[in-house]
Design a binder for this molecule. Sequence first.
Ligand SMILES: C[S@@+](CC[C@H](N)C(=O)[O-])C[C@H]1O[C@@H](n2cnc3c(N)ncnc32)[C@H](O)[C@@H]1O
Length: 249
Amino acid sequence: MDGEYENMSGRYGKNLSKQKDFWVEFFANRRDGGHRSSAEEFISKEAKEKLFHLDGGETLLDFGCGAGELLVHYAPKYEKMVGVDFSASMLDEASKKISERKCGNISLILADDKTVWDKLESSFDRITAAGVIQYLTLQEIDSFIFNASNYLNKGGKIVLFDILDPRLYPLWKIGLFSQDADFGKILCKIGFEFRIIISAALNNRPRDILEFAHNPDSIRKIANKYGFETTFVQSMYYEYKYHAIISRT
Ligand SMILES: C[S@@+](CC[C@H](N)C(=O)[O-])C[C@H]1O[C@@H](n2cnc3c(N)ncnc32)[C@H](O)[C@@H]1O
């Protein structure tokens, strides 16, 4: 969920990148969730942070589960889990991990944010998505929260992890959060980013995934519309992302 994915949209331009087909194609042959590190130790820590915010429940839907990297870590804590993704290659990887770890409580569904709801056989205590919301427009997030609310058990929560923060991402981009940040390096990065902005403007294309970042207030307003309240917390492992914990008021 780090840099690699986030440079992609800029290469293809605003109109194309806003189309669903773009992301379907982009993830068509992917086999990992693009975490900052694919080391087992790192993913395990990320999963622990997420389990803390998921805060229990017995059944869980992981929308955009990808290669199941987090899902298999959630497995011991849940009775029944469903992983959903529109990428067959991602689900193929997830399926391998599930078999290797003998997680008999996880089933997988190939679907997207529109088709998933008709394929579900039950409702859930937790509906979550990690690093996925940035691939949806605000209109799609609105539909997602509305549909999710119909598949949420009483007392359930929708927990959206790692949403790109438009206020922090530019600061991360210029290296402000680097351990070795100094004035010279930051100035260099600002110059570099400035050149990219000028070039993007001249070529009529966006700079990067920032086009898909969503302000917390936009998420809060959508959640409010459907009778939820939202708590926002900073992502522990991605300085420029936040989590939205959405529950009934
Ligand atoms: C950055 S990866 C994260 C995967 C996983 N949640 C994780 O943290 O390891 C994003 C995933 O969301 C899936 N995805 C993006 N948009 C989707 C959509 N509209 N419907 C279903 N899956 C989607 C992609 O195929 C990809 O597997």
